[in-house]
Design a protein around this ligand. Structure first.
Ligand code: FAD
Length: 799
C-alpha cells in the first residue's frame, strides 16, 4: 500500500472526487464509506439537477468550476449546453455586464447578448420581457450521479475500497490525531479522515469536537410534465441552462420537460440532527415534502419568462436539502485540534471536481494549486461560529443568493456586532459605518462635511458613487495636509512569545527577525510552493516576545500549527485597540503627550517603543499605511477611549480629524501598499507582487524558500492610472484579449487621478503601456505608471 490510511466519509459528488484525486496522486489505501447505496446514496448529489454556471465574483470559485467542467467533460459526465442568465430589469442587465467582467477577468469566455440573440439561443423565452442575457458557452449540466459513479470507479481501479450502507457512528482519536472510523459494521483504521458528508457534515465533525458552521436548507425543485413546445425532444438536454435571477429561479430542460429551481421562498433551515435516517426516508433523506404555496411565485414567473410552460403542469416536485455557509464559500481544510481530520463541505456540484483536486493536493502536498484562503475551514472569527450567527447568516445568504450586491455593501444583520472602544466617539462624529468581519468600521465621518467646501473632489458615477461621499476625498487630503486618527483596531494581531519565538518567526516568515528589540519588520508568510500566504508586520518587543500584525484568523491558525513547543500564540485583537495617527503634524500632536523621544533619531522609521500617551500605556510602532509621518498606537481595550480623547484634545489645535476607511484606501493606493487577499493571494509570489524587499533570501532556510526559487515570475502587479474610478475585479484588456484583472481601485485625491492595481503579464507591465479596463459595458483606457504615485523618495514617512 502507498500513502497513509484514508477514510473518506460520504460518497456524494464531493467525496467521490476527493477519493479519485487522492488515488490519482498515487495513494491507494483509501476507503470510501457511505450510509446509503451507491451511487445514488440519498444525499444532495443524488437529485441535483446539475446546473453549472462558472461565473462568480470569487476567482477561486470560478477556477474550481472550470476544472470541474473540464474534468467531468473528459469523463463524459458533462453536457456543454451553455448557459444564459437573462435580465428583465436595467439593474440586472448592468449586473450581467459586471458578471461578464468577472468571467473575463478569471479567464472565462462569454458575451452579453441582446434580446433577439437570447431568443435565438433559447426559443422558449418571451422576447418582450427580456432585456439581454449573459451567454457562457462552456457552462452546462453535470450528470452528478454519473460523476459519483465514474470517479468512484476510477478510485477503485487504483485500489480504493468502496463501502456502501455503512453508517459512520463515531471517530476514534489518539494523541490528538484521528485513529479510526467506527461504523455500524465495524471499525476502519485511519490516519486521515475526510469529512465529505454534505448536509450531515456538522454531525460527523462533532464526533471530533469540531463545530462546522453550515446549515442545511431546503431548496425547491420542480419538474414539469411534457411541454408541448418541446414535443419530440428526447435528448438529456437541448437548450442552454437558464437563470432568471430577478425572479430567483433557474431552469433546465430534460427531454420534453423542464426543471425549475427556486430561491425566492422563505428560508427553510433544518438541523443536521433532524435529517431522517436512510432507512426511514420516504424517497431519500435529503428530499423533503414539497411546499406548493412557497413555489407559487416561481411558477408564475416561469410561465411569464417561458410562455410555453403555460401548457405544462408540475409533475414532480420536492424540497431538496443542501448546505449554506455564512459567506457562501465552502469549508475546506484540516481541523485545528485533531490532526488528520479534513473537511470538504458546503460544495456545489459546480465546484465538486475542483474541490476534489484542491483538497487532495492540500492533503498530499501540503498546499493546493488553487488559492483556498477564502475557503479555509479556519478562517472564522469566534463569533462566526456561534450557532445563532451561523443560522441567521446562512438563511440570509439563501435569500440573497441571486441578489445584486455591491462590493462594499455590509451585511444588514446582525449589526452592530463588534465595536471598537472608539465606537461612541465615532457615533458622535456621525460616522458612516460599513462592516468588516463583524466590526463596525467608519468609511467616513459626517462631521467632516465642512471640509469638503473649496476642494476639487471629482464625483464618481454609477456603482463607484455608492457607499461614497465627497467627505472621503476631503479626509484623504486633510490627512496629507495636517493629521488624522484612523481606527486600526479591526486588523488581526497576535503575540508570539516564549523560548524560541525569534527563531520560529525567522523561519516561518521571509524577513530577518534577528534584529534588535524595538525593530519592526514587514515581511511575508509563504506557502510551501512559495505563494504568498499573508503579509505580516513583526514588532520585536522583547528578546522572545513579538507583536505580529496579521490578516485574519487563518494566520493565527497557521502560526499555531507550526509553532514549536514553548512558543505561545495569543490573539490580542479583541483585548486591544489601535489608532493610526498619521499626517505631517502627527509629531506635533504626539510628542507633547509622551516622554519618549519621537524625533528621527529617537525613534526611526520601522521602530517600536513602549511608552505612555498621557495616562495611557501604549506600544507605538513608527509606520504608516497611508504614507505619512506617524505611529500606530496600541493599547488595551479598556483604555481605548482614553487614548482617543487624549489625542483628540491635544490634536485639535493642529487640525486633527478622524478619517475613515475610504480615505485610507485612497492614500494606501497612492503609496502602492498592497493588501493581502485583494492585491495578492496564494496564486502570486513576492517578486511578482513587487515585494522583493520583504524577502531576505540571504538569511538561509525559511518556510517556502525552495518553492519560491522554483517558480516562474511571469506576471506583475502593476499600477494603472485612469480617468475615473472602477470597483476592483474588472478584466484588463490588451486589444480584445483579457490579459489580467484589477485588484484594488480608488481615486487618488492627492495625485488627482483614478488608480487601479492590476495583475498583468510581465511584458505588459511596463510604465507607459496603455491597456483597457472592462467596466460594465464600457472599456476605460488606463496607463501603466511607475509606482508609487506619491512620495517615492519616502520623505514624508521619514520626515
Ligand atoms: C434541489 C437541489 C438542487 C441543486 N441544484 C444544484 C445545481 O444545479 N448545481 C449545483 O452545482 N449544485 C446544486 N445543488 C447543490 C448540490 O447538490 C450539493 O451541493 C452537492 O451535491 C453536495 O455534494 P456532497 O458530496 O457534499 O453531498 P452529498 O451528495 O449529500 O453526499 C454526502 C454523503 O455523505 C453520506 N453520509 C452522511 N452521513 C454519513 C454517515 N454518518 N455515515 C456514512 N455516510 C454518511 C451521505 O449518505 C451522502 O451520500 C442542488 C441541491 C439541491 C438540494
Amino acid at each position: 500500500m502507498t500513502g497513509p490510511k484514508v477514510v473518506v466519509i460520504g460518497a456524494g459528488v464531493v467525496g467521490a472526487a476527493v477519493a479519485d484525486e487522492l488515488a490519482l496522486r498515487g495513494w491507494d489505501d483509501i476507503t470510501v464509506v457511505d450510509q446509503g447505496p451507491l451511487p445514488a446514496t440519498g444525499g444532495s448529489s443524488s437529485h441535483a439537477p446539475g446546473l453549472v454556471f462558472q461565473t462568480n465574483a470569487n476567482r477561486t470559485m470560478t477556477r474550481l468550476a472550470q476544472y470541474t467542467i473540464d474534468k467531468l467533460g473528459r469523463l463524459d459526465c458533462f453536457l456543454p449546453v451553455g448557459s444564459l442568465e437573462v435580465a428583465t430589469s436595467a439593474a440586472r442587465l448592468a449586473e450581467l455586464h459586471r458578471r461578464h467582467g468577472w468571467l473575463a477577468a478569471w479567464g472565462g469566455r462569454g458575451s452579453v447578448l441582446d434580446p433577439d440573440e437570447c431568443v435565438r439561443l433559447h426559443p422558449l423565452l418571451d422576447r418582450g420581457g427580456v432585456l439581454g442575457g449573459l451567454h457562457v458557452p462552456a457552462d452546462g449540466l453535470a450528470r452528478a450521479v454519473r460523476a459519483v459513479q465514474v470517479q468512484l470507479d476510477r478510485a477503485a481501479g487504483r485500489g480504493a475500497r468502496l463501502l456502501e450502507r455503512h453508517e459512520v457512528l463515531d471517530i476514534r482519536t489518539s494523541g490528538g490525531r484521528v485513529a479510526g472510523v467506527v461504523t455500524d459494521r465495524g471499525e476502519l483504521p485511519a490516519d486521515i479522515v475526510v469529512c465529505a458528508a454534505g448536509i450531515w457534515g456538522p454531525r460527523i465533525a462533532r464526533m471530533v469536537g469540531l463545530r462546522l458552521p453550515l446549515t442545511p436548507l431546503a431548496h425547491q425543485l420542480a419538474w414539469t410534465g411534457p411541454v408541448p413546445a418541446l414535443h419530440g425532444l428526447t435528448a438529456e438536454a437541448t437548450h442552454p441552462i437558464l437563470r432568471h435571477q430577478d425572479a430567483d429561479l433557474y431552469v433546465r430542460d430534460r427531454g420534453d420537460r423542464l426543471g425549475v429551481g427556486y430561491y425566492g421562498h422563505r428560508p427553510l433551515p433544518i438541523s443536521a440532527d433532524d435529517i431522517v435516517p436512510v432507512s426511514q426516508a420516504e424517497i431519500m433523506p435529503s428530499m423533503l415534502p414539497f411546499t406548493a404555496d412557497d413555489f407559487e411565485p416561481a411558477w408564475t414567473a416561469t410561465r411569464e419568462l417561458l410562455p410555453a410552460a403555460r401548457e405544462a403542469k408540475i409533475d414532480d416536485a420536492f424540497n431538496g436539502l443542501f448546505s449554506f455557509t455564512t459567506d457562501n464559500l465552502p469549508l475546506l481544510g484540516e481541523s485545528p485540534d485533531v490532526a488528520g481530520f479534513w473537511v470538504a463541505e458546503a460544495v456545489w456540484v459546480t465546484h465538486s471536481a475542483g474541490v476534489g483536486r484542491a483538497v487532495a493536493e492540500w492533503i498530499v502536498d501540503g498546499v493546493s494549486t488553487f488559492d483556498l484562503s477564502g475557503c479555509d475551514l479556519n478562517r472564522f472569527e469566534a463569533h462566526q461560529l456561534a450557532p445563532d450567527y451561523v443560522l441567521a447568516r446562512d438563511c440570509q445568504n439563501y435569500v440573497e443568493v441571486y441578489d445584486i450586491i455591491h462590493p462594499l455593501q455590509p451585511m444588514e444583520a446582525p449589526r452592530p456586532l463588534r465595536t471598537t472602544p472608539f465606537y461612541p466617539r465615532q457615533q458622535e462624529l456621525d460616522a458612516a459605518f460599513l462592516e468588516y468581519a463583524g466590526w463596525e468600521r467608519p468609511q467616513w465621518y459626517g462631521a467632516n462635511a465642512p471640509l469638503v467646501a473649496g476642494r476639487r473632489l471629482p464625483e464618481p458615477d454609477g456603482w463607484a458613487a455608492r457607499f461614497w461621499s465627497p467627505i472621503v476625498g476631503a479626509e484623504a487630503q486633510a490627512t496629507r495636509e495636517a493629521v488624522a486618527l484612523y481606527d486600526m483596531s479591526t486588523l488581526k494581531r497576535a503575540e508570539v512569545a516564549g523560548p524560541g519565538a525569534a527563531d520560529f518567526l525567522h523561519w516561518i516568515s521571509t524577513g530577518d527577525i534577528h534584529k534588535s528589540v524595538g525593530s519592526v519588520t514587514y515581511c511575508l508568510l509563504l506557502n510551501a510552493d512559495g505563494g504568498i500566504r499573508s503579509d505580516v508586520t513583526i514588532a520585536r518587543l522583547g528578546e522572545e516576545r513579538f507583536q505580529v500584525g496579521l490578516n485574519g484568523q487563518r494566520d493565527v491558525d497557521w502560526l499555531r500549527r507550526h509553532a514549536p513547543a514553548g512558543v505561545a500564540i495569543t490573539d490580542l485583537t479583541a483585548g486591544t485597540c489601535c489608532i493610526g495617527l498619521w499626517g505631517p503634524r502627527a509629531r506635533d500632536v504626539l510628542q507633547p503627550l509622551t516622554d519618549a523621544d519621537l524625533s528621527n533619531t529617537g525613534l526611526r522609521y520601522f521602530r517600536a517603543v513602549r511608552t505612555y500617551v498621557g495616562m495611557v500605556p501604549v506600544t507605538a510602532l513608527r509606520l504608516s499605511y497611508v504614507g505619512e509621518l506617524g505611529w500606530e498606537l496600541y493599547t488595551t481595550a479598556d483604555l481605548g477611549l482614553k487614548l482617543w480623547d487624549t489625542l483628540w484634545a491635544a490634536g485639535r489645535e493642529h487640525g486633527l480629524l478622524a478619517a475613515g476607511r475610504g480615505a485610507f484606501t485612497s492614500l494606501r493606493l497612492e503609496k502602492g501598499y498592497r493588501s493581502f487577499g485583494t492585491d495578492m493571494t496564494h496564486e502570486h509570489d513576492p517578486f511578482e507582487a513587487g515585494l522583493d524587499f520583504a524577502v531576505k533570501l540571504g538569511k538561509g532556510d525559511f518556510f517556502g524558500r525552495d518553492g519560491l526559487l522554483r517558480r516562474p515570475h511571469d506576471r506583475r502587479l502593476a499600477c494603472l492610472t485612469l480617468d475615473g474610478v472602477v470597483l476592483g475585479a474588472e478584466p484588463v484588456y490588451s486589444g480584445d484579449t483579457a490579459v489580467g484583472y484589477v485588484t484594488s481601485a480608488a481615486y487618488g485625491y492627492t495625485v488627482g487621478t483614478g488608480i487601479a492595481y492590476a495583475w498583468l503579464p510581465a511584458e505588459l507591465a511596463e510604465p507607459g503601456r496603455t491597456v483597457h479596463i472592462g467596466y460594465f459595458d464600457r472599456r476605460i483606457p488606463a496607463t501603466v505608471a511607475a509606482e508609487p504615485l506619491f512620495d517615492p523618495a519616502m520623505t514624508r514617512l521619514k520626515g
